[in-house]
Ligand binder design. Structure first.
Ligand SMILES: Nc1ncnc2c1ncn2[C@@H]1O[C@H](COP(=O)(O)OP(=O)(O)OP(=O)(O)O)[C@@H](O)[C@H]1O
Ligand SMILES: [Mg+2]
Length: 287
């Protein structure tokens, strides 16, 4: 075979490899089965829904699946301290404490890259202060804790700790899972900015080797204004809800894959249950 034809073959092999979609497990068996094995690597998934529908628990399953697969996790939690995330996860059979964790609010530097990098409200506070000091010379700019630029800087700090953001060069391409629970906290006082902020965040923190779960809280009364910005920029939307509890007189939760790019996904709603010691279980609707 001539060297010419072999290089053509190499090229087509390379193109084929690039076109193959790598699937990232959600940590929930039935969900993986419904989306061709997992979410596409590098995609941004919005988890939307009303209070108590299971959004945070879905994030825990996703992070847990990553840890088991050897993926580092960047866990941003504005809703609860990470200690409470650990506690909740433990009740559902996931032991986050068995993995090394580094909180960006710490005053020490990690000796080696941790398996989990935590960004909670204290981490965001530290980053907001640093940013305000750095821009203090020019005066007026003060960064708020729940401001999208503060979040961007905190996530970039986490990438640096994990060694995927190399100064002046290409980073290593280890796969990382990013969880932001919740993103709507960053536009709670200005819902009209949801789309712009989501876009700003994606532009600054999206990487081919980072697959993200981003939670958007829907308020019952303001469904559309609250969640829509993120839904547009996301590659996938998993939407959760529950039946009117006053009518049903019990909690009946559902989840639907509203969209998932590059995937022939299940198109009906699942019944969703949260079981002690196990976590989320999804049930296919009977025809
Ligand atoms: N150990 C457990 N066993 C069974 N069910 C549990 C357990 N812990 C929590 N739950 C259920 O999960 C619900 C909370 O789910 P989750 O925190 O994921 O909701 P959420 O959608 O993130 O809500 P929010 O918008 O308020 O943050 C609880 O209200 C409870 O019904
Ligand atoms: Mg939650």
């Amino acid at each position: 075979m001539s060297s010419g034809s072999s290089s053509v073959m190499d090229y087509s092999k390379r193109v084929k490899q690039r076109d193959e979609i790598v699937r990232i497990s959600t940590g929930i068996k039935e969900l993986d089965e419904a989306i061709e094995g997992g979410v596409p690597r590098g995609s941004w998934i919005a988890i939307t829904g009303e209070p108590g529908t299971g959004k945070s628990i879905l994030c825990m399953h996703y992070a847990w699946a990553g840890l088991k697969a050897g993926d580092p996790v960047v866990y941003v939690t504005t809703e609860a301290e990470f200690r409470d995330v650990i506690r909740q996860a433990r009740q559902l059979g996931m032991d986050f404490e068995s993995y090394s964790t580094y909180d960006i609010s710490s005053s020490w530097e990690p000796q080696e890259p941790p398996q989990i990098v935590v960004v909670d409200i204290f981490g965001l506070l530290k980053v907001a202060r640093q940013l305000s000091e750095e821009h203090g010379e020019e005066g007026a700019r003060r960064y708020a804790v729940l401001e999208i630029q503060t979040l961007v800087a905190a996530i970039r700090e986490a990438y640096k700790i994990l060694g995927i953001l190399k100064e002046g060069g290409r980073g290593v391409t280890k796969h990382v899972r990013l969880v932001v629970d919740s993103l709507s906290a960053f536009w709670a006082d200005k819902p009209a900015m949801a789309r712009k902020y989501s876009y700003d965040l994606k532009v600054s923190t999206h990487r081919e080797n980072v697959t993200a779960y981003l939670v958007s809280q829907y308020a019952m009364t303001t469904k559309s204004t609250f969640g829509f910005g993120l839904e547009h920029i996301a590659d996938g939307v998993f939407h959760l809800w529950m039946e009117d509890v006053e009518k049903a007189r019990e909690i009946r939760r559902y989840m639907i894959i509203k969209k998932l790019r590059m995937t022939n996904h299940y198109r009906k709603a699942f019944r969703l249950d949260i079981e002690p010691g196990y976590g989320v279980r999804l049930y296919y609707e009977k025809d």
